[in-house]
Design a protein. Structure first.
Length: 300
């Protein structure tokens, strides 16, 4: 006599054996505005923001389509057989760029791990990579963004301490990928509680602190030293001073004792009352004062 498993169990087994439906839809990668040169036949849909869906549907119908660029102004829908990375996308606010699931090669844009085709790659900072940290410098150098995305960008998608994080990056040719970890502007009084993690969603780009991740940034690099840059800013765009110096990799970004050989910047004027020790930011309430602390990993 054969024993039949009960029907609900059979149904459950059947469900488990069925392949999961692929994640559908066109998704935003690490950079959502820009275009690639069309390499599959280009098509036209109606102009307008909402017609990106029509363009997406056309991409779905073409088995070789891996991504698309859509111009809401003209209705031009470009289909691509590859997925862009920071090194190949042309950033342009008048274009929208979408990625199809499961089509991304090494250092191309993605949304989830299953999008990455290369063994050992994971979707980190919305890029398929085997890097364990994605900092502004990784985006600049390793992912090849360089200064094509503008000097100051906020936010960009990063990856630190095994989790996604939004980064404010300096991406100019002189800065080459500094990650901002602290910014006080207009006399925002940080206290010891808000000092370490403030506005970490980067919903506005003025006040910001991710000092809690400072040492994760430090550990992202392997060279003997790393770079710290301090921008005290008196008025927007006017830098009173820039201090740019190297710190031994083994030394934490923050500590309670002064850093030997670096000392502190102290200044006082009608406009600016400011004291910064290289060990711990101390920012008294003052108008028109902004302090930006950048960590550059790895050091040049
Ligand atoms: C990361 O991926 C690249 C390219 O596939 C490969 O050359 C490199 O060895 C990998 N590094 C590690 C640590 O797996
Ligand atoms: C890093 O991640 C671990 C595990 O999720 C967590 O416990 C820890 O608090 C995180 N560290 C920071 C500085 O956020």
């Amino acid at each position: 006599m054969t024993v039949h498993p009960p029907l609900p169990l059979l149904l459950l087994l059947l469900l488990l054996l069925l392949p999961l439906p692929p994640v559908q839809g066109c998704q935003k990668g690490a950079w959502a505005t820009g275009y690639l040169t069309a390499d599959l036949p280009s098509v036209s849909v109606k102009p307008g923001d909402s017609f990106s869906c029509a363009c997406c549907a056309l991409c779905h119908q073409n088995p070789t389509c891996a991504s698309l660029s859509f111009s809401p102004a003209t209705g031009e829908c470009r289909l691509h057989s590859t997925v862009a990375g920071y090194d190949t996308l042309t950033p342009d606010n008048s274009w929208k760029y979408f990625v199809m699931p499961g089509r991304s090669q090494h250092h191309q844009f993605c949304r989830q791990d299953s999008d990455c085709l290369v063994k050992g790659d994971f979707c980190r900072g919305r890029v398929c990579t085997n890097q364990t940290a994605v900092t502004c410098r990784v985006i600049y150098q390793t992912f090849g963004a360089a200064d094509r995305f503008g000097n100051y960008i906020s936010p960009m998608f990063g990856w630190l301490n095994n989790t996604g994080v939004l980064l404010a990056c300096r991406m100019g040719s002189k800065d080459e990928g500094y990650t901002r970890i602290f910014r006080s502007y207009g006399g925002k009084a940080f206290d010891r509680e808000t000092m370490f993690q403030y506005n970490s969603e980067l919903t506005e780009d003025v006040q910001h602190s991710m000092l809690y991740l400072a040492d994760h940034l430090r550990h992202a690099g392997t060279e003997d030293t790393y770079q710290l840059k301090v921008h005290p800013e008196l008025y927007s765009g006017y830098f009173y001073a820039v201090i740019d110096f190297q710190v031994p990799r083994a030394e934490p970004v923050l500590s309670d004792v002064p850093r030997p050989g670096v000392g502190s910047l102290q200044t006082s004027s009608n406009f600016l009352r400011f004291r910064w020790t290289m060990t711990m930011p101390y920012v008294p309430a003052a108008s028109y004062l902004s302090v930006e602390l950048y960590v550059d990993v790895p050091a040049r």
